[in-house]
Every structure is written in structure tokens, then in C-alpha cells.
Design a binder for this molecule. Structure first.
Ligand code: NAD
Length: 360
């Protein structure tokens, strides 16, 4: 199969970690007989330095004409980098919001998976961890409170701020359909998280979830209030398969879920639209403190590339092979600095990428 991949290396450790992900994808191509055609796209600080803006219209067009986008990370040291002297809409992160909007990436997927080999990094007690956990947080990304009307007014000498939380039936339906589709590729359970005891938007959310669920008799589903979900994530994370939720709840819960895995360098993510197109990037930032030192963990980006194979290219076998190679390398005791523990073998960014590629 031939696929076009736009690569946004970005800033900080971005170029190092995307290079390793490409190394792994190249091995997938050799082994399974695929061809991936890469186009480099500038975004974030790297684009500001060349074009004066964090994302050009040409860059968006290149992304749109590709089958998927693989991204490292963007941004610099927010206290010292000159990029942060620019107005907010010209700073590196503005590029990210612009591309999400331009590509209509409404579904954000963040897996939280506890590797047996990295159990020690998990902040939860062993009796809570049990046999581990493996969940996918699916967050609506382009609606809700973050995109509603907002204003600050002064009434009778008192300042008042207003944010509005709006969801249309259509916005809820498309992410719900995605969540049930993803659950079908996993353990077939969806937990829809809302605040239906208080919010109208949540009551509509529940109704639409139930309508969609009727089309998926093979997938079990339940509703859970967001405050309860926040507790359940640290009390019994093993109960979850797919967690489906709106933008702000998802923002908070996905960080909570990923942090209970304890390893920021291992966490992948995908943002999808209503076609097969997606943008794939690690959950972490550009880590300017360790950039260029060959110490960054490339696994989150490599696992994001595996998500690209699975969700944009329908290459499930190839995605399984990448994930299995990551597990094998960890089992053999190789660790980058961020996940290092006593008695293990310390390797750099490039060597970690090569070890994983070799095991495919
Ligand atoms: P960060 O995630 O870059 O770093 C937090 C800490 O984790 C640092 O100590 C860093 O060294 C470490 N770390 C992160 N990724 C690692 C990896 N792969 N291997 C080993 N260690 C790793 O968060 P930050 O320092 O708050 O942000 C730095 C920059 O990244 C900022 O400009 C921020 O805006 C940007 N950022 C970008 C994105 C994105 O592109 N989607 C996301 C988050 C932050």
C-alpha cells in the first residue's frame, strides 16, 4: 500500500523523536511491502523562524493532501524563548489550534496503558493496579466550553465573566460513533462520562449516546458522572475500556488517566476527523530542557505512529507488530533515562528507536 504522510517534526525534542518513529515505519514498510511518502511540514517555532508565523496556509494544504500527519511536538521554553514575546496568535501553540480546526479534528484518542515492565512507575498501590489497565480516553475536541461564546463584563461596578457550554446533537453523535467503532476493535465496552444530574448539555449527551448504542448491540455501555469517574480512575482503573466524554471533562480525565501510568514518555495520542485522516503525536511537549541530547524517550511517538497505522491506514497487523516490538524491548530491559530503574540497560533516543525497529 502507498500512503502519504506529512511529518511535523516541530521544536525541542520533536526532530529526534519523529526521526525514530520514521525509522520504525521504514522497517514496517520493508517487512510488509508498503511505501510511505513523507513530506516535511514546518509548524510551531520552526515555522516562526522561517515564515514569521506558526503555521502557513501552504503547510495546511500539504497536511490536507496527505493521508495522515505524524507530529513530534512544538513549543519552546515559555520563559526564555523569544517565540513567547510574540502576540498569542503568533506563538508556537497557535499553530496547533489552527491545524486542529483546519482539519476538523474533533475526536481525540489517548490510550492509558500500564506496561507490566513499568509497574513500578505507577503511583497507585499494587492491590489497585491488580492485573494492570488498558483504556482509551476519547475526548470531543472542537466543541463545548472551550469553543463557546465568552465575555467579561462589568455590571454595577462588579466584573463578571461568562463562558457558554454548547453541544449540538451532531457534534455528540459523530464522536459517539467513533467511540463505539473504537470499542469494537478493543474489549467492546464504552463508559460515557457526563454531568447529567446538573447540565442540559450532558442530558442531551446521554440521549444521543443511547441512540447510537442501539446500533451497536455487540458493545456494552454505561453512563458515569464525571466526579465519580475521576474517583474510579484511581480506585479501579482496570474497569475501563473506552471512556467517551466531552471536551473539558476529557481534558482533565485524560491527564489523570495518563498520569496514573507514571511515564510521560510512553503516552501516544491521535486526533481524528470524520474520514480516515488523523494527526498523531505524543501526549508530552517538546521538552526543551533535554532537546538535542539523545536522551528523550521516542516511544510515545513510535506508539503514535502505530495508532496511525491502525486508525488511518487500517493496518492492524502492522500496528500490533510495532506495539509488540515496544513491549519486547522493555521486557529485554532497555530503558531511556525517564523510565530507567536499577539493573536496567540505559539507552539513548536513537538506540531505543533502532532496538524497536530491529524487533519488527
Ligand atoms: P513537556 O511535556 O515538554 O516536559 C515536561 C517534562 O517531561 C520535562 O522535564 C521533560 O524533559 C519531560 N519529558 C517530556 N517528554 C519526554 C520524553 N519523550 N522523554 C523524556 N522526558 C520527557 O512539558 P513542558 O515543559 O510543560 O512544555 C515544554 C513545551 O512544550 C512548551 O512550549 C509547551 O507549550 C509545549 N507543549 C507542546 C505540546 C504539543 O505540541 N502538543 C504539548 C504540551 C506542551
Amino acid at each position: 500500500m502507498e500512503k502519504k504522510v506529512a511529518v511535523i517534526a516541530g521544536d525541542g525534542i520533536g526532530p529526534e523523536i519523529t526521526r525514530e518513529a520514521r525509522k520504525v515505519l521504514d522497517k514496517v514498510c520493508r517487512k510488509y511491502g508498503h511505501t510511505f511518502i513523507y513530506t516535511d511540514v514546518l509548524m510551531g517555532g520552526a515555522s516562526i523562524d522561517v515564515h514569521g508565523v506558526p503555521l502557513t496556509d501552504e503547510a495546511i494544504e500539504t497536511a490536507k493532501s496527505s493521508d495522515a500527519v505524524l507530529m513530534g511536538s512544538i513549543g519552546g521554553n515559555t520563559s526564555t524563548s523569544p517565540w513567547y514575546q510574540l502576540p498569542p496568535d503568533r506563538r508556537p501553540e497557535a499553530g496547533l489550534l489552527k491545524i486542529r480546526k483546519a482539519l476538523n479534528l474533533f475526536a481525540n484518542l489517548r490510550p492509558a496503558y500500564l506496561y507490566e515492565e513499568l509497574k513500578d512507575a505507577c503511583p497507585l498501590r499494587p492491590d489497585i493496579i491488580g492485573d494492570g489497565f488498558d483504556m482509551m480516553i476519547m475526548r470531543e475536541l472542537t466543541g463545548g466550553l472551550y469553543f463557546g461564546e465568552r465575555r467579561t463584563v462589568t455590571e454595577n461596578g462588579m466584573r463578571k465573566a461568562i463562558d457558554t457550554l454548547t453541544y449540538s446533537e451532531e457534534e455528540i453523535r459523530r464522536i459517539t460513533v467513533r467511540a463505539f467503532d473504537v470499542a469494537r476493535k478493543r474489549r467492546k465496552k464504552v463508559t460515557s462520562v457526563d454531568k447529567a444530574n446538573v447540565l442540559d448539555s450532558s442530558r442531551l449527551w446521554r440521549q444521543v449516546v443511547e441512540e447510537v448504542a442501539a446500533d451497536y448491540p455487540d458493545v456494552a455501555y454505561e453512563h458515569m458522572l464525571v466526579d465519580n469517574c475521576a474517583m474510579q480512575l484511581v480506585m479501579n482503573p482496570g474497569q475501563f475500556d473506552v471512556i467517551l466524554t466531552e471536551n473539558m471533562f476529557g481534558d482533565i480525565l485524560s491527564d489523570e488517566a495518563s498520569m496514573v501510568t507514571g511515564s510521560i514518555g510512553m503516552l501516544s495520542s491521535a486526533s481524528l476527523n470524520d474520514t480516515k485522516f488523523g494527526l498523531y503525536e505524543p501526549s508530552h511537549g517538546s521538552a526543551p530542557d533535554i532537546a538535542g541530547k539523545d536522551v528523550a524517550n521516542p516511544i510515545a511517538t513510535i506508539l503514535s505512529a502505530a495508532m496511525m497505522l491502525r486508525f488511518s491506514f487500517d493496518m492492524d497487523e502492522e500496528a500490533d507488530a510495532v506495539e509488540a516490538a515496544v513491549k519486547q524491548v522493555l521486557r529485554e530491559g532497555y530503558r531511556t533515562q525517564d523510565i530507567m530503574s536499577e539493573g536496567k540497560k540505559l539507552v539513548g533516543t536513537a538506540q531505543m528507536g533502532s532496538l524497536i525497529a530491529d524487533r519488527i
